[in-house]
Structures are given as structure tokens and as C-alpha cells.
Design a protein around this ligand. Structure first.
Ligand code: ARG
Ligand code: GLU
Length: 749
């Protein structure tokens, strides 16, 4: 073969692998019939696309809700019973907890409807239907020669008009979201329920078993689920909380399979993934990989270490910072995994190769194609180069400067200064101070000034040294000079010594002075001065430059996206995740995380007992669970002498998919999605079917905990259980083998 034909072949295999890349994709339910139905059925789906998403009849989508702002839930009974993750219901479980009734520690099970607990502010949102509204949204907007900010403005106006028209007289809500970087727009008509009650939650020693140590990790043993119920008004429509509300009667609820899963089984995940960036260019990937992630990882690393030191020596600090620590650690660990994954995939170089192909395609086209696309990539490169410093400066402000709680708190008080000295009516100032005083009370509940001072001593120098010099506020540069010999710790000690915002009593006193018309103490407070310098500089020196670059990148990326679709007409594209309803599909599979290591596809209760450690709160096992393990009272939930806890599959998921139903080929619930493997966290930017796995709680562990552990069998009775339990005693191939053997014996005899 000549070099030329070999190259041609290479290019061909490259293109076909692109279009056939298994399991990548978060698909719009509306387009399943057109794009995915045949492929899904080939891989094991027994349903039609219409049975998954239909606007005419009850379909799977009618059992899926966005739970609160950032999770997914599914309906599992005709009485509106809702299943989601323990970590999704965590805030609600916590809000009902007290020292006397510590549901976080002990779990909670409503044994009667009257015990189901209301949760003000919590919503469950169904998608009534979705619709391509691109032509309405883009009507009257010129395709070129318009500033991006102005285009955004017009898009917003048109979107609001379209949404308003759609909800007229329906009682529904609607919003429009851009797809493919604004090449298309979709409207989502929603029904938002507001009376959502807590029904059941396992103790954290089940629901959060493994804690931060096991977070993002496989093999996993977390029983990450909780149960809620949607209540509706007398007409079965959304209504604010009322004791008269009735359990919601859904259009559809998911049957639950007891049959379990095996490697290779078809799976799909239906939910609300938050955000991905799959079509980022090499410069965008490089910015994440070599600029933002390393900075943010280093900042959080320093902060977590400082917190950890204090949390270890004081129980008070440990409790105050538990939730903050967990949420900092969650993405810290994710970014580390993401960067390792990007390196492993050589992501920047892979993107460069794709861009080289795109460039060849653009330049080899007719005049129109060349005009539209040939200059695009160099322009993107130029804008990324221009935006780099601003992006980094922005990361340092949000993660390092505002990562110091005193700075963030002082900044939150700044707007008060705009209202003082007669700049606003007295009543307005009084209301604002009242609000700030309430905020102050709740801030100090979970604040340790001594701990925060240690954080500041770490983070402020990182901020000052990491921010590109030209984008550092003069005030901070002067501090740098002033404390050049004594060091930042000296400044920080003086800051925390002098500021009156480091204790609740003195902060409230400062606010009382503001209310009485004396705002000098607030204005002159060193923490307010520092916060004002940082945030004002951010607004005037960083944000404008950042916006210029990112607006331009948004426009160019939209063109690039359109170009990619023209360049690869045979490839099926899916839009990046944007918190709208999506379906991902794949198959149950283990993986090989490293040379010489093989991971199985599932974990069991035996593994929980192996990890059990009474000296480590993350790995405590409740006595009742240990007892069930001893007596092996597993009922129909047993598999090979244990209870399956979690399994992994190749579905493409991200944050927001937590709580999503994992569904088998028959449309039955087999699990609840709750995490991703660490080696797969780069899938928000680049998917790799060999190592990306979503982590799912096996539905049989949920049933086992509800039924056998909690004794809440009335809840299990409410569900629709289907499928023959697979005890694993006789796996199908073995059974066949035995039958064959038996027959032979008879024949022999
Ligand atoms: N990593 C999971 C998800 O992003 C679970 C997070 C909650 N669990 C925890 N241990 N912090 O969001
Ligand atoms: N735990 C994540 C969530 O809360 C899902 C994990 C992921 O990012 O895939 O949505």
C-alpha cells in the first residue's frame, strides 16, 4: 500500500470510529426515533422510541422529574412515590434533623402517610413536551455582522415571547434552551410540583457509606437513595403545600425489575445532565487542562488541607465544615481525575488532529465554504490566547480570593454601602440591614474565624502570586510590597485581628451602626476594603476583557459546530448537556483501570462488610445491616449468596444525572445512577468507551434496605415489581449445560 492510500484508510477508519463510537451521547428524547431507535433496538432495547418519549400517550418520560435544581428523580408507584439519591435529598433530610431526631445518622421512614414530611421550596418538574423553536427564536436576527451580546439580547426576547405564547392558559411553565452552541433552540414545556414530601431515607452509614474517600470511585458500596412523594391539589395539578393535598397520580410510573443485570445487558439513563463540553477545540481543552484545572486544584488542595487540620482537632469545627468540605472535595477530586483522563487520552493532540482535518475540509471547499470556515480556527486560537489571562484571573478571584470566607462575607455586605448616606430611602436601608443581620446569624453558625484565618494565610498569597500581575488590584499590589519582608501571614494576622467582621457579636454591632446611619465602621473595615478592592477590580479590569474574549469564542464556536455538522454529514451529533432532559444508552461492563488491573461489573453486601471500620465514621456499618448479613435474610434480593449493591455501565452521564433511573431493555428500572468512575471523569470533555463508567445503585439493594432493613414493606407493596428474581444459583449457560448432561446420562443408561 502506498503511503497515500494508507493515510486515506486511516482517515476513513478515524471517521467511521467517530460515527460508530459506542455509548457516547446524551440524546434529545424528541429525536430518538429519527437518530437512535434502530441502534438501540439492535443493542437490546425492546421498546419503541414512542414508548420512551411520547406527547400522545403515557411514556417513560412521564415518570422522570428534575428533582430540585440539580438532580433527577423517577416515579415508582401510581401514588407519586419518587426515588432519587440520598445525596440529592441530603439538604431536606438534614433540615428535618435535630440532635433529638437525627435522621441523617439514623435514617427516616414514614410508616403512615401522616408521617411524610413537607419540604418548602423543593420542586419536582415534569417535561410535558419539547419542541424545536429555532426558526421562531432566530426570526429577525441577522446570521452575521451582529455583536454577540446584541444577538443574545434578541434571542432572549424572542425566547420569552415563544415561551409565553406556549404556556397561555395551560398552567404549565416553559423555557427555551440553546442547543449546539446556539445553532438550534428548543422549548421545554414543564409542569412543576411544589408539595414534595420526604418518605424515607437510610442512615448516612448506608446512604453515604464510603463518604469522600469512596466518592468518584469504583468499586463502590454506597446505598445512595432516598424516597419522596409528590402531592397534588384536588385536580391532580401542582398546588402549594396543603394538608388536604393528595398523592399525585402520575401518567406513568416505572416498573422495577428483580431480574438483575449481567455484563453486556442494554441499559439507558433518562435524566437531566447539567453541562458538558464535547465540541471544545484544542485551545479550549488546553485552557481547562493546563490553566484552569491546575490552578483550581492547587487552591482547593491548600484550602482542604487547612480545613482538615482544624477539623481533626475540634469536633465543633468538624461539624461546622462537614458540608463545605464535602462540596469542595467533590469537584477537587473530579478535576484531578479529569486531568488524568485528558492526559491519558492525549486529548489536546486528538483535538488538534480533528482541527487539522476540519481545516483541510474548509480549505478544499468552494468559495462559500472557504469564506465561512477557513479562517475560523485561527480566529478561535487568537481569542483563546487573548482570553487566557482573564480566565485565570477569574478562577483566582472565585476560588482563591472569595474562597476566604471573611472576604466573601465582607463582599456580601458591600451593597449596604450603596444604600447609606441618604442614597436610598430609610426604609430600604432598614430592610437591607435586617436581611444582612439574618444572613450574618446563619453565616456564623458554620464559621470558625481561626480556621478561616489559616485558610486566608494559604489562599491570599496563592491569589496574589497566581493572578497575572496586570490584573491584580493596586490595593493588593501595595499589600504585597508592604509585607514583602514579613510575609502574608503577618498581613493576615493583622486583618483578622483588626476586622470587626470576625465574630458574630461585633459584626452585628457594625450592622446596627449602619442601620443608625453610621457606615464608617463598615466602610473602613480592613476586610471590606480588601473585598472591595478585589471585587471592584474584577468588575472593571477582568470581566470586560473576559467577556470580549468569551463572546467572540461563543460566536466562533457556534460557527465551528455548524461546520462540523457539514463536514461529517454521516455522523450523528448530540448537543452538549444543558440541564435538559436527555437519554443516554450503553451496556453493563467492567473495565481495566490500569495495567494488570481488572474491575468486575458489580459489588455486594459482602464488600460492605469487608470495608466496615467502626473507627472510621465514613465506613461504619449499622448494627441492623450487620445482623441481616449474619442471618443472610435477603429474600428475593439475593444474588449468589449476597445482595448486589452497585453496578457499572457505559452510559454517558454527568453531574445532574444523579438520581436518574437506569432502565433495562424492557423499560424496567434496574438501578439509580449516582456517580461516575474517577478514570472516566474527563467524559465531560472527551468520552472513552473503554474507561468511562456510570455508577448505579442496584435497585435490589434499595428494595432490600427498604423492606428488610427498615421494615417499610408497605412502600415495596406500593411499587410494581416485575421479572423473576435471579438468585444466581443457576446461571443460564450452566443450567443449559446441566440439562444437556442429564439427557446424555439417560441416553447412556
Ligand atoms: N460525586 C457524586 C456527584 O458528583 C456524589 C457527591 C456526593 N457525595 C460526596 N461524598 N460528597 O456529585
Ligand atoms: N454525583 C453526580 C451528581 O450529583 C453525578 C456524577 C457525575 O458527574 O457523573 O449529579
Amino acid at each position: 500500500m502506498t503511503l497515500r492510500s494508507r493515510l486515506a484508510l486511516l482517515a476513513l477508519t478515524f471517521l467511521t470510529t467517530l460515527s460508530a463510537r459506542a455509548d457516547e451521547g446524551m440524546w434529545l428524547p424528541l429525536l430518538l426515533k429519527q437518530l437512535n431507535e434502530a441502534d438501540m433496538q439492535k443493542k437490546g432495547l425492546k421498546l419503541t422510541a414512542e414508548q420512551i418519549y411520547s406527547i400522545n400517550q403515557g411514556s417513560l418520560k412521564d415518570a422522570i422529574v428534575q428533582f430540585g435544581g440539580g438532580c433527577t428523580g423517577e416515579i415508582i408507584s401510581d401514588q407519586g412515590l419518587l426515588l432519587t439519591n440520598h445525596h440529592c435529598g441530603y439538604g431536606q433530610i438534614q433540615s428535618h434533623s435535630s440532635v433529638e431526631n437525627d435522621y441523617l445518622t439514623k435514617g427516616y421512614w414514614a410508616m403512615t402517610p401522616g408521617q411524610e414530611l413537607p419540604n418548602p421550596g423543593l420542586t419536582a418538574t415534569f417535561i410535558v413536551r419539547m419542541e424545536d423553536v429555532t426558526s421562531q427564536v432566530l426570526a429577525g436576527i441577522p446570521a452575521t455582522g451582529i455583536a454577540e451580546a446584541q444577538r443574545e439580547q434578541l434571542v432572549l426576547q424572542n425566547s420569552q415571547r415563544v415561551a409565553q405564547a406556549a404556556v397561555q392558559g395551560t398552567g404549565y411553565q416553559a423555557f427555551v434552551r440553546p442547543m449546539f452552541n446556539g445553532n438550534e433552540y428548543y422549548m421545554f414545556l414543564t409542569e412543576v410540583f411544589q408539595d414534595i414530601r420526604l418518605v424515607g431515607a437510610p442512615p448516612s452509614s448506608i446512604g453515604k457509606f464510603g463518604g469522600d474517600t469512596d466518592n468518584w470511585a469504583w468499586p463502590r458500596h454506597t446505598g445512595d437513595f432516598s424516597l419522596f412523594r409528590i402531592y397534588a391539589g384536588p385536580d391532580n395539578k401542582p398546588a402549594p403545600y396543603s394538608p388536604d393535598n393528595k398523592p399525585f397520580k402520575p401518567r406513568y410510573h416505572l416498573p422495577i425489575s428483580l431480574a438483575g443485570v449481567q455484563p453486556g445487558d442494554f441499559t439507558m439513563v433518562f435524566g437531566f445532565p447539567g453541562r458538558t463540553n464535547e465540541y471544545l477545540t484544542s485551545w479550549g481543552v488546553d485552557e481547562v487542562y493546563s490553566l484552569s484545572n491546575p490552578a483550581k486544584i492547587a487552591i482547593r488542595d491548600a484550602k482542604l488541607k487547612a480545613l482538615d487540620t482544624d477539623m481533626k482537632v475540634s469536633d465543633k469545627v468538624r461539624i461546622q465544615y462537614a458540608a463545605k468540605y464535602a462540596s469542595l472535595a467533590n469537584y477537587w477530586k473530579k478535576w484531578i481525575g479529569e486531568n488524568r483522563g485528558l492526559r491519558k487520552l492525549d486529548a489536546v493532540r486528538v483535538k488538534q488532529q480533528r482541527e487539522a482535518e476540519f481545516q483541510r475540509w474548509a480549505e478544499s471547499g468552494d468559495a462559500a465554504r472557504r469564506a465561512a470556515f477557513a479562517g475560523l480556527l485561527p480566529e478561535l486560537q487568537r481569542n483563546y490566547a487573548q482570553g487566557r489571562d482573564y480566565t485565570l484571573a477569574r478562577d483566582y478571584v472565585s476560588e482563591a480570593a472569595l474562597g476566604v470566607e471573611l472576604v466573601a462575607y465582607a463582599n456580601s455586605l458591600q451593597p449596604l454601602l450603596e444604600l447609606t448616606g441618604g442614597k436610598a430611602p430609610a426604609a430600604e436601608l432598614a430592610t437591607a440591614v435586617e436581611k444582612a443581620k439574618k444572613g450574618t446569624t446563619s453565616f456564623f453558625k458554620n464559621y470558625s474565624a481561626a480556621t478561616d484565618q489559616k485558610v486566608a494565610a494559604q489562599l491570599l498569597p496563592l491569589y496574589a502570586n497566581g493572578t497575572p500581575a496586570a490584573l491584580l488590584p493596586t490595593y493588593v499590589k501595595e499589600l504585597q510590597k508592604q509585607y514583602a519582608t514579613t510575609g502574608w501571614a503577618t498581613y493576615v494576622a493583622q486583618l483578622y485581628g483588626k476586622s470587626r467582621l470576625t465574630s458574630e457579636a461585633s459584626a452585628q454591632a457594625v450592622l446596627d451602626e449602619v442601620a443608625a446611619g453610621k457606615s464608617d465602621a463598615l466602610r473602613q473595615d480592613p476586610a471590606v476594603k480588601l473585598a472591595a478592592a478585589i471585587v471592584n477590580n474584577y468588575r472593571t479590569a477582568i470581566l470586560p476583557g473576559y467577556n470580549v474574549a468569551t463572546d467572540q469564542i461563543a460566536l466562533l464556536q457556534r460557527t465551528y459546530m455548524a461546520g462540523l455538522r457539514l463536514q461529517q454529514p454521516e455522523r450523528k451529533f448530540y448537543p452538549d448537556a444543558n440541564s435538559t432532559l436527555r437519554l443516554a444508552y450503553g451496556q453493563v461492563a467492567g473495565y481495566e483501570p490500569a495495567d494488570g488491573v481488572k474491575y468486575d461489573f458489580y459489588t455486594t453486601l459482602d464488600g460492605i462488610m469487608e470495608k466496615a471500620d467502626p473507627t472510621n465514621p465514613e465506613f461504619e456499618v449499622p448494627a441492623r445491616l450487620a445482623e441481616l448479613y449474619q442471618t443472610k435474610d435477603y429474600g428475593p434480593y439475593a444474588y449468589k449468596g449476597s445482595v448486589p449493591v452497585a453496578f457499572i455501565a457505559t452510559n454517558h452521564t454527568t453531574g445532574g444525572n444523579s438520581g436518574s433511573p437506569v432502565i433495562n431493555g424492557n423499560g424496567e428500572l434496574i438501578g439509580i445512577n449516582f456517580d461516575r468512575n474517577w478514570e472516566g471523569t474527563m467524559s465531560d470533555i472527551m468520552f472513552d468507551p473503554d474507561r468511562v463508567r456510570n455508577i448505579t445503585l442496584d435497585v435490589r439493594y434499595m428494595l432490600f434496605v427498604v423492606d428488610k432493613y427498615a421494615g417499610a414493606s408497605h412502600l415495596v407493596k406500593e411499587m410494581t415489581l416485575v421479572g423473576t428474581p435471579d438468585s444466581g444459583a443457576d446461571t443460564t449457560p450452566d443450567k443449559k449445560l446441566k440439562k444437556v448432561k442429564v439427557k446424555r446420562k439417560k441416553a447412556d443408561a
